[in-house]
Design a protein around this ligand. Sequence first.
Ligand code: NAP
Length: 279
Amino acid sequence: MTVTIIGIGLIGGSLALSLKEKGIAASIIGVDKSPAHIQKALDLKLIDRSDTLDQAVKVSDLIFLAVPVDAILEILPRVLDQVKDQVVVDLGSTKSKILEAVRDHPRRGRLVAAHPMAGTEYSGPEAALKDLFKDKTMVLCDVKKSDEDAFEMVENLVDSLQMRSVFMNATEHDVHTAYVSHISHITSFALALTVLEKEKEEGHIFELASGGFESTVRLAKSSPDMWVPVFRQNRENVLDVLEEHIRQLKNMQHLLEKEDYEAFYKLIQRSNRIRKILR
Ligand code: NAP
C-alpha cells in the first residue's frame, strides 16, 4: 500500500523504517515543512518521494501525522476534509485537544488516535531508529469513534510492529501521560537548568557527570518544538502533577534543613517501591 507520513522526524522516520522492513508499505511519501528534512529523509531512504500534503493524501491508503501536536491540531481537519475511505492515524503525545478539534468532523471515523510510548531525546530524520517501536506500547484512544475497518487496520499494524496495544479514552490518556511521561521531561529540564546555573565550569560537568547524572538529565536534550506544544495542550494535568512534585522536593529540603535523616531514609525507601514496578 501507499503510505504518507506527515512530519518525517524521529517518530515519522522510525515508522517509515519499520513499515518498509515489515513489507507493509510499498511506497512511502514524505510531507514536511522542512526541505532539509525531506532531503535527509530521501538520502536515508526513509521515504521514496515527497509531495504536497494535498497530493500525497489523495494517492495514499494510510496517512500518519507525526508533526508536533500544535501542528496536528492545524493539519488534521484539513487531512480529514480530503479523505474518502483512507485511514488516518495521529501519533501525537496528547489526545484531548486533538480529538476535540475533530469531534464533529463528518469523516471522524477514518481517524485512529494512537500514541506510541517510544522515543528518544533526539529529533529530525537522522534520529530515526529501525526498532524504536518493537516491544513498546501503543496507546489507542477513543477507538469506538473510529470506523471498524480503520481500527482493524491499525490494530493489525500495531501487531506487525510487535507492539502491545493499550486502550484508553483521551482524558485518561492525557492524565496518565502527564504523570508518567510529561513530568519526567519537566524534571529533566529543571535538573539541567539547576546544574547549569550552579556549576559554571562546563568542564566540571563533563568530567564529573556519572551514569546517574547522565541518565537523569538525558531528556533535557529534547526539542522545545515538540515539548512546548505538549505542555500547552496538557497544561492542567501537567500543573497538577507538577504541584505534587514540588511538594516532594520541598519535603526533602525541609528534612535536610531539620537534619532528619531517619525520615529521609524512610522517604527513599518508599521511593524504592518503583523497583517492583520497573525492574
Ligand atoms: P521531530 O523529530 O521534531 O519531527 C517532526 C517533524 O515535523 C520535523 O521534521 C518538523 O520540521 C516537521 N514539522 C513541524 N511542523 C510541521 C508542519 N506544520 N507541517 C509539516 N511538517 C512539520 O518530532 P518527533 O519527536 O518525531 O515528534 C512527532 C510527533 O510524535 C509529535 O506529535 C510528538 O508529540 C509525537 N511523539 C513523540 C515522541 C518522542 O519521544 N519524541 C513519542 C511519541 C509521540 P521542523 O523540525 O523543521 O519543524
